[in-house]
Each structure stands twice: as structure tokens, then as C-alpha cells.
Design a protein around this ligand. Sequence first.
Ligand SMILES: C[C@](O)(CO)[C@H](O)COP(=O)(O)OP(=O)(O)OC[C@H]1O[C@@H](n2ccc(N)nc2=O)[C@H](O)[C@@H]1O
Ligand SMILES: Nc1ncnc2c1ncn2[C@@H]1O[C@H](COP(=O)(O)OP(=O)(O)OP(=O)(O)O)[C@@H](O)[C@H]1O
Length: 288
Amino acid sequence: MKLLVKAPAKINLSLDVLHKRDDGYHELEMIMTTVDLADRLELALRNDDRITVYSQSRFVPDDERNLAYKAAKVLKDRLGIPKGVEITIEKNIPVAAGLAGGSSDAAAVLRGLNKLWGLGLTLDQLATIGAEIGSDVSFCVYGGTALAKGRGEIITPLPAPPNCWVVLAKPPIGVSTAEVYENLQLHNVVHPNSKAMVEAIEQNDYFGMCQNLGNVLESVTLNHYPEVKSIKNDMKRFGADAVLMSGSGPTVFALVQHDSRMQRLYNGLRGYCNQVYAVRMLGKRNEQ
Ligand SMILES: C[C@](O)(CO)[C@H](O)COP(=O)(O)OP(=O)(O)OC[C@H]1O[C@@H](n2ccc(N)nc2=O)[C@H](O)[C@@H]1O
Ligand SMILES: Nc1ncnc2c1ncn2[C@@H]1O[C@H](COP(=O)(O)OP(=O)(O)OP(=O)(O)O)[C@@H](O)[C@H]1O
């Protein structure tokens, strides 16, 4: 028996860090949304009880370090499942990019195995298990748009954001999320207004959303990697309504409403950046 599952990338429309916690993690307030750039996973039942993982990407490990493997292992061990799975990942989301590719693969495995292994768990139960694998996994279990608090695992759903194009550009560098958080100087940042962003989304106010984009982690990544800052400037020059780095970076995204502006931005960036994508926000949450 085989199952195909989609694992969409996320962007952070807003990312605020409130303080560093005693457990070493940072207390967050983020607004996240999934976009239609996705990995595709095939889950196939095995004849034995082993978990195997394979992807064509040379940037992703084919062993127990893969977040997709970890998701299957946690589920199997927690519930004592005597079954195995062969996971094949078609990797379309850039790796170590701030787009939660690994977390989304893990979430897709949780959702997929819930069906393939016939577990009957709710999305809430899967999201709780997901939090053990990584801070972004709970959000990825639900997808759609949400306010995320705590270390990222406390999720409140939001309506779909105003309709627009999202043009993503990934400079040819990988960024370590751990290093970005370690280097964050909280006394030195401009905090985004998460409340105003939530209101803009709830009122379907496109320009309100544009005005309230903000990410405190830019203070670290833009300083360490000037090329990220320069792509942001180029996007503005090419006519973006608003521009922001996603997560810990280095991917930057631009928002535009009209097809012609999207095309101009896309073509302009493609001139010197290999990984450029014009996508839509998905809006819709995953079903059970
Ligand atoms: C940057 C974001 O992608 C924004 O959505 C997330 O906050 C990071 O999510 P993630 O990659 O799933 O994070 P994890 O795998 O749990 O942690 C990676 C590293 O980031 C740090 N980290 C993560 C989340 C958090 N709230 N505070 C942190 O300080 C952790 O110390 C860890 O060393
Ligand atoms: N299935 C997977 N897909 C991508 N990366 C994976 C996967 N499993 C493990 N990894 C490892 O995790 C690291 C981070 O990859 P990922 O693409 O999830 O980063 P990210 O987009 O910055 O995530 P986030 O936005 O959640 O911080 C990479 O070094 C990669 O080798």
C-alpha cells in the first residue's frame, strides 16, 4: 500500500522574539502561512518493521538524521507500531532556507502514517507529537495560516491572508537556525506589531499586511550575509509592495498583487539568483 503526501513550505509574515527562556529556547510570537511550493513524499508499507528514507537531494541525509525518519520513529515507538515504512522524498523546497522544509516533511510523515498505519489520531495529537521533533513541526501539521507562540508549538488558527503573489528568492547560502538565535541581541531589535498583523489578516487588508511585515531575526542574518540585504533592496527596486526575510533566512520574499509586477520581479531576480519562485499562499488548513 502506498500514499502520496504534500509537504508545503512556510513563510513567516511576522516573527517576534519576546525573550530567551531558561531551557535555551526563545519565546516567540509569529504569524506563519503555508505557500504552494512543496516537497512530495511517497510512503509505502514495508514487509518488515524498518523505517527507510530516500531523497534525490544531496543536501538531505538518507538516514536517522532526516526529520522525516525521526517523525516515523517517534510515532512508531510512542504507539508501539509493529509496522515499517519506506519514505521517498521529492525535495523541491530549498534546504536550510528558512522555509521549514524539513519540518514540513516531518509533519507530512505524521499525517501520512496516521492514515497508512491506521492510527486514528487527531491533528492536535499529531501536532503535540510533532513538537518533539522540531519547533516548526506543529504548525506544519495544521498548515494554513496561524499565530504561533511558545517556542513555536502553541498554534492559534487565522483566516487566509489577503490574496497576492509571493515571490521567494533564496541566495546560494545555507543558514543555521541555531546560530541565528544564538547571535540575536534582543536589546537591539525593532519588534514587529503582531497584533496589527493579525488584524490586517482578519480584515483582509492587503496594505495593512504589507505595512506590518517584520522579523527580528533579520537583525542577525542581514548583518552576517550582506547578499540577503542586497536581494531585499533589489526586490524593492523591481516594484515589490513589501519585502521580508523568512524565518532565520536566507530566503527573502516579496509581496505583490498584480501579475505584471510579479512577472517583472521574477524576471529581474532570475537574472542573477538561481532559486526564485512565484507562489501563492495556501490559506487552507489541512484536514484530519
Ligand atoms: C526560525 C523558525 O523557523 C521560525 O519559524 C523557527 O523558530 C525554527 O524552527 P525549527 O528549525 O523547527 O527549530 P528547532 O529545530 O526546534 O531548533 C533549532 C534551533 O533554534 C533554536 N530555537 C528554536 C526555536 C525557538 N523558539 N527558540 C530557539 O532558540 C534552538 O535552540 C535550536 O538550536
Ligand atoms: N527532510 C529534510 N529536509 C530538509 N532538511 C532536512 C531534512 N531532514 C533533515 N534535514 C536537515 O535539517 C537542516 C535544516 O533544514 P531545513 O530545510 O528544514 O531548514 P529551514 O528551512 O531553515 O528550517 P526552519 O525554517 O524550520 O528553521 C539541514 O541541515 C538538513 O540537512
